[in-house]
Design a protein around this ligand. Structure first.
Ligand SMILES: Cc1cc2nc3c(=O)[nH]c(=O)nc-3n(C[C@H](O)[C@H](O)[C@H](O)COP(=O)(O)OP(=O)(O)OC[C@H]3O[C@@H](n4cnc5c(N)ncnc54)[C@H](O)[C@@H]3O)c2cc1C
Length: 447
């Protein structure tokens, strides 16, 4: 009898694992609990699937934060070029876009999912839908097979756990793999949402600004624990691409009814979530004019005040920021002669005193928000945390605790920022898990 490999989960990691295991000669069964495979691939990249990124290896690895080192070995064996060549074999041509992001040229995420399905089935992998795995069958440190939710047991020589994370549960990833791995003895690094919108204390203001998108601003997060010093929060990922923007740190943010989102916020979100979990307060400072120094903002504002002496403040500010924000800033600056609501935002600029103008400058350069939390795990684009990498071989993705069990994709403690990095990790770990589970190679030496 040929070697049987069961793949739990028909997502990005599971499908490529199944294809590779079958390609190297194994008898492969994919058990997918949904009615169709790769539902998360279908929603990825706004349904266009940002497959990977053209960044060179070292820069690429930086997008995984601290755990990027773990992927170096895997990427030496199966990286972007190998992935794109494989997809091309199944007629998926690709194109590169801003920030090195690589998408299928068709603009259809479905083409990527179908290519992976084709890869698996061409090599005779069997895909069973609505087949939910309940637990791993482990005896004496060795995998024996799996048990389905309906109680049926399927024996196997190797099992690849590729159940994804716990985000976007409607796509099928409901965190089952963490429980199964834990039952098999694995340590789970606490799960946290990553690439997730953040909530703010100033809900009323956020609601007012809901829908306002700022394309050329810079963000700095500050943390403070107890009576300790205020520190700039270290964001473990490089900030998003900045081409054509006025400052190297500039990028896009979006106000929502609960707080802030957009690329700059998503990239920083895990660090902010972790700081809050650590008991720190987190403050966001938005520099609305990152291309100008405070002094330059001051001088330009002064000049505009002189040239437009009879204009009302919000109208003048509309030349600086979107209209809704201009109104809000005029109000927040507290520029008011007697505190009456009409005057608060509406004084002609020639009546504004130097110290009032200084408050406005401060707001434009340091628009502060207090971060109260984030949307829940289910709303993050990826789940940070998962099976600790210490318990998994970095080439075969075989468990160090259970022989014959391989773990791939988001179930591992890997979370990258946006740009195609999460899918590349799922593809590389899945491919190698499939290769090693499918061929009876001996357990690789560590490292
Ligand atoms: C909206 C959105 C957009 C994204 N866009 C991008 C992008 O453009 N580029 C990028 O790199 N990353 C993107 N990501 C992240 C990326 O999609 C995931 O990191 C990646 O899909 C993880 O692959 P995976 O195979 O580990 O898990 P998944 O793709 O989630 O697959 C897991 C599979 O396991 C199945 N399963 C779960 N439990 C069981 C069980 N008990 N029994 C049987 N089957 C089970 C699930 O149904 C699912 O099919 C995006 C994520 C989201 C939510």
């Amino acid at each position: 009898m040929s070697r049987r490999v069961i793949v739990i989960g028909g997502g990005a990691a599971g499908l490529i694992a199944a294809g590779r295991a079958a390609e190297v000669g194994a008898d492969v069964i994919v058990l997918e609990k949904m009615r169709e495979a790769g539902k998360k691939i279908l929603v990825s990249g706004q349904e266009r699937c940002n497959i990977t990124n053209s960044a060179p290896l070292d820069k690429f690895l930086a997008h995984y934060g601290r755990n990027g080192r773990f992927l170096r070995n895997a990427f030496h064996r199966f990286f972007r070029d190998e992935l794109l060549a494989l997809l091309a074999r199944y007629r998926v041509e690709t194109q590169e876009e801003r920030g090195g992001r690589i998408f299928p040229a068709s603009g259809q995420a479905g083409d990527v999912r179908d290519a992976l399905l084709h890869y698996a089935t061409t090599h005779h992998a069997e895909i069973r839908y609505r087949a939910e795995v309940q637990r791993l069958l482990v005896e004496d440190g060795e995998i024996l097979g799996v048990e389905l939710a309906n109680g049926a047991r399927i024996p196997a020589h190797a099992v690849i756990l590729a159940t994804g994370g716990a985000s976007w549960p409607a796509t099928g990833s409901t965190g089952d793999g963490y429980r199964m791995a834990q039952e098999a003895g694995h340590t789970i690094v606490p799960l946290r949402p990553a690439l997730v919108p953040l909530t703010v204390v100033e809900r009323g203001l956020a609601k007012t600004l809901q829908g306002v998108s700022l394309r050329n601003v810079a963000c700095t997060f500050y943390t403070r624990k107890g009576d300790g010093p205020t520190k700039a929060l270290r964001i473990p990922y490089p900030m998003p691409p900045t081409a054509r923007l006025s400052s190297p740190q500039a990028g896009e943010i979006l106000f929502t009814h609960f707080g802030v989102s957009g690329p700059l916020i998503l990239t920083a979100s895990l660090a902010a979530v972790d700081a809050l979990r650590d008991g720190a307060t987190v403050t966001l400072s938005i520099d609305l004019k990152p291309g100008m120094t405070t002094q330059e903002v001051h001088m330009r504002l002064q000049r505009e005040f002189e040239e437009n002496a009879h204009r009302r403040l919000p109208n003048l500010l509309k030349g600086w920021v979107p209209a809704t924000l201009a109104d809000a800033l005029a109000g927040l600056s507290g520029i008011s002669a007697d505190g009456s609501p009409e005057l608060t935002a509406g004084r002609p600029v020639h009546t504004i005193r130097a110290e009032e103008r200084a408050r406005l400058v401060a707001l434009l350069k340091d628009f502060r928000w207090q971060i109260s939390g984030s949307l829940p795990l289910a709303s993050g684009m990826v789940t940070a945390g998962g099976v600790t990498l210490k318990e998994v071989h970095p080439v075969s993705f075989e468990s160090r605790l259970v022989r014959g069990l391989h773990i791939a994709g988001e179930t591992l403690d890997i979370a990258a920022d946006t740009g195609g990095f999460n899918l590349q990790a799922a593809f590389s770990t899945g491919y190698l898990a499939g290769e090693h589970a499918g061929s009876e190679v001996e357990r690789e030496a560590d490292g």
